[in-house]
Design a protein around this ligand. Sequence first.
Ligand code: SF4
Ligand code: ZN
Length: 307
Amino acid sequence: MSARCDRCGKDAFYHRAYSGETLCRKCFAGSIEDKAKRTIDKYGMLRHGDRIGVAVSGGKDSLSLLKILARVTEGHGSKLFALTIDEGIEGYRAESLKYASDVALDLGVEHLVFSYKELFGFTLDEFLKDRRVKLTSCAICGTFRRRAIDIAAAKGGATVLATGHNLDDMVQTFLINLLNGDLKRIPWLNSSRGPSDGFRVRRVHPFLEIYEKEIALYAFGEGTPLQTIPCPYMDEGIRSSVRGYLNGMEEKHPGMKYSLLRSALELSEKLVVDQPIAGTCSRCRYPSTSDPCSVCALLDAIKPVSV
Ligand code: SF4
Ligand code: ZN
């Protein structure tokens, strides 16, 4: 006899190893939406009247987040808009940009797109072609993306910025910070304790307590388009080792990632945050511990060839 949903008795779609629950497709989707809603309430992520910017890369996590937030915020008194950063990566970004636009249009959500070209004067392709810095592609791209998102959120008038980071992303980042001896970043995992320097909008992660594979399954069940083309510059470094290690642990000990998240959040409450950042970049006026800031330093590296 085939397995049945524990909630409604219909055909089973998913067995949740860490809770022992078996669910049909509909009850599984409902459980993900409920979990996101409960997480938003539990951590006080959204406030009445918020203008919520949703960072939408066009991947499964961010598209699912946009769909769920559109439902959650209906009649909530909050306004939603999607923002996408176009790094300028030939043959890669166009696909996900289209998915982001299609889903936003379908939901009737305003969609703003900001490109590295318009914000910094060049595409990532152009910058990496003549790279003179030793950082990895993703480290360079990430430095620009964080700034681009800050600018985009401010231009869009966001009072809060929601990202599709899930439980796996969060515990990987936690472990990477520990392995790198970078304790000062740990409080940032907790949205109420991120940097508050007046330049960055508060970040929230409604999928904080949801496993990556469950978001992927939710996206699949919802018919969300999945990106087929990988980024040609992908260079995850330590993250792929940490991901493999955590997946192996979770397989043997279901629920372990969730326990690790609890430890991360508890630790983030206990650590002293040294903020606000006292310094300011003399070029762009952004808060920074170095002068020029990391963005301006990267821009300097390309200047001689860009005219
Ligand atoms: Fe940027 Fe790396 Fe992501 Fe490509 S994989 S978009 S280079 S951060
Ligand atoms: Zn600067």
